[in-house]
Ligand binder design. Sequence first.
Ligand SMILES: [Ca+2]
Length: 192
Amino acid sequence: MRPLSTLCLLVVLGACKSGGYVATPANVASWNHAREMLDFNADSNFGGGTLRSGFTPDPWGFPLTAGGGQHPVNVADLGMVDAFDGSVCGRSFVTRRPDFHFTFHAGTTFNFLRFYVVTNNNSDATLVINEPNGQWRCNDDHGHLAWGSARMPAIDFHNPPAGRYDIWVGSYDATANNPATLYVTEVESNHP
Ligand SMILES: [Ca+2]
């Protein structure tokens, strides 16, 4: 849950619609550009799968290496914002191909779904997600004071649409490729 003050500020600015961010044409152009720069249809580096409500275990953990490999892409160069709150998708080094693909089939409903990352050595990780509707989500640090591991990213979805979600786990440090785990959960009390 984002701080109420942030929501109210967005409402005052006229940029708040049903708790979400209203994208500008420039935002949409940057998302389309990202789909050219990041090869979202490529085979994923570390797998993924199909998610159905009630999946077990929850949280479900997927091991990976965070970072951009030998030819990293800096997400900051793509000029994107997060589709939910309009925050800038900043410095984050990822590979061109996704790290994971996850699919929700039509009829699959999630009231709540969270993706989050924990690195083995507490190195600074980031998270970038291409939604099936062409919007992008991103997060560097989760920003919850009550949680641990402040440099870990987390992205929440409420009633996310069916389709394929392409996921990149980035590293803030371009030269670092760090062992980590991507977690998926339907339970809000699960977090970094
Ligand atoms: Ca981070």
